[in-house]
Design a protein around this ligand. Structure first.
Ligand code: ZN
Length: 466
């Protein structure tokens, strides 16, 4: 996000005198007023094309099925044709994109009912640094409806017909157009690859656009990828995962084309929640007509998506979901283009674009723990102050300190401090407030907020006399 502040304030300040978000003006390095909106990001957001999103989703649905275990030889039907088309589209968009297949030779396991080569399609837009910001959706689909005449006992116990389970009896060649699940997230990912590559902006972070396979078999493609990232010690700043984001008409008849849900794994001060709050703030600046509904849970009941593969390795990750889903259409031959609202999908793409661009232009989030994981916060020399320390973020010119009452779940006060790595707040109890720190880059872009987290107490066994 673009920040609004005088950049060089005294290092010492009192929480009681800090201002509240949002602000309205900023002083840049030259002392001139800098608006909240970075015109480069505004231009990038404006470049999102509803028509292209529609064309892309229509082509994806036209492959008939994109099931992970479907045909890979046909040029017109099945997951092989789909991934070759996605790869070709990424390649045609811009020479700046490094396009590749991310291949994983899978053994039969779980819902993968035979050995198969699983292939994610990846487009990388290199930044000044190697740390990565991911925008993702899954291009595989599933038709989990049992064939006519199949044993109905599986649903007799009261499970909804739309219950999204992939059964072993599944027909991988049956129609599964997946226009919305997840043609919507795939089209969004591809559209953002185009607008980011064409933006002319040199981002600090490297942007990675991935369309996953194997999501419907248990997030297999994203998990294989995240495992490799973790093994390579790759730094991942954020994962914007989009799964079912293209319809404004719920199965219950309620229409909402003006809001989107963002799911994130807790606890409250996890970096996943930090990312979710960040997106909400940035959207308020660049896409104010769209409402962001933060969901304090990893996902819907009994459902999942690829953000969880990233969260499993502590890579900050969220999932975007449309406001009102139509469960009946999902995982069926009825997930067609006719059920889509591309004006709505375009709005969700703009929110992704604005927030991902902001993260990618900002310095990394400051580290607020020791190497051993202990929060670098204390009570200061007096024993009654708040003493905050953090590691310097490369490229930062200032930091913003956030605070809130310890019972609330979103930041209430903030204050910009200079290019320092510690702060003493006299007579402020670290037990009464939660504190966080964000890094600010030379252009005013701010990182995610790293919070000082009180660790869960480790209990000891009580020894009883025999
Ligand atoms: Zn999905």
């Amino acid at each position: 996000m673009r920040l609004t502040r005088r950049l060089l304030l005294p290092v010492l300040l009192s929480v009681a005198t800090t201002a509240t978000f949002p602000f309205t003006a900023v002083l840049g390095a030259q002392g001139t007023i800098r608006p909240d909106v970075d015109p480069r990001i505004a231009q990038l957001v404006a470049a999102v094309s509803q028509a292209r999103l529609q064309a892309t989703a229509t082509t994806l649905a036209g492959f008939g099925t994109r099931a992970t275990l479907s045909d890979t030889v046909s040029t017109t039907r099945g997951i092989g044709a789909a991934r070759r088309w996605i790869h070709g589209e990424f390649t045609r968009m811009s020479p700046k994109l490094q396009v590749s297949y991310d291949r994983h030779a899978l053994a039969q396991q779980g819902r993968i009912t035979r050995d198969v080569e699983l292939v994610n399609v990846v487009a990388v837009l290199p930044g000044k640094s190697a740390r990565r910001v991911y925008i993702t959706g899954h291009y595989d689909t599933v038709n989990s409806r049992r064939p006519a005449g199949a044993d109905a006992t599986a649903t007799a116990a009261g499970a909804a017909p739309s219950q999204p389970l992939v059964r072993p009896t599944i027909n991988n060649d049956a129609d599964a157009p997946g226009a919305n699940d997840d043609g919507s997230g795939t089209a969004l990912t591809m559209e953002l690859a185009r607008v980011f590559a064409e933006s002319g902006i040199t981002f600090d972070a490297t942007l990675v656009f991935v369309t996953w396979a194997g999501e419907e078999q248990g997030l297999i493609g994203s998990m294989a990828h995240a495992m490799a990232l973790n093994a390579a010690k790759t730094v991942v700043e954020a994962n914007f995962n989009n799964d079912i984001v293209g319809s404004s008409l719920g199965g219950n008849g309620i229409i909402d084309g003006e809001s989107v849900k963002i799911y994130s794994l807790g606890p409250e001060d996890s970096m996943h929640r930090s990312l979710a709050r960040y997106i909400q703030r940035v959207a308020g600046t660049y896409v104010p007509s769209h409402t962001i509904r933060l969901m304090a849970r990893e996902d819907r009941f009994g459902r999942g998506s690829d953000h969880s593969s990233f969260a499993a390795f502590d890579f900050p990750a969220v999932a975007f979901r449309e406001a009102n889903e139509n469960y009946t259409r999902q995982h069926s031959p009825d997930d067609k283009i006719e059920g889509m609202d591309f004006r709505y999908l375009a709005q969700n793409a703009r929110v992704n674009a604005a927030a991902a661009a902001s993260v990618a232009l900002a310095p990394p989030a400051p580290r607020v723990t020791t190497a051993g994981g202990t929060a670098t916060i204390g009570r200061g020399p007096s024993g009654y102050d708040a003493s905050l320390q953090w590691a310097a973020s490369p490229g930062a010119v200032a930091y913003r300190i956030y605070s809130r009452d310890a019972w609330t779940n979103d930041w209430q006060k903030s204050q910009v401090v200079g290019n320092v790595t510690q702060l003493l707040l006299p007579n402020v109890s670290i037990d009464d407030y939660v504190f966080g720190v964000a890094a600010i880059g030379p252009d005013g872009h701010e990182s995610l907020i790293s919070a000082y987290v009180s660790p869960v107490r480790k209990m000891t066994d009580v020894l009883l006399r025999k």
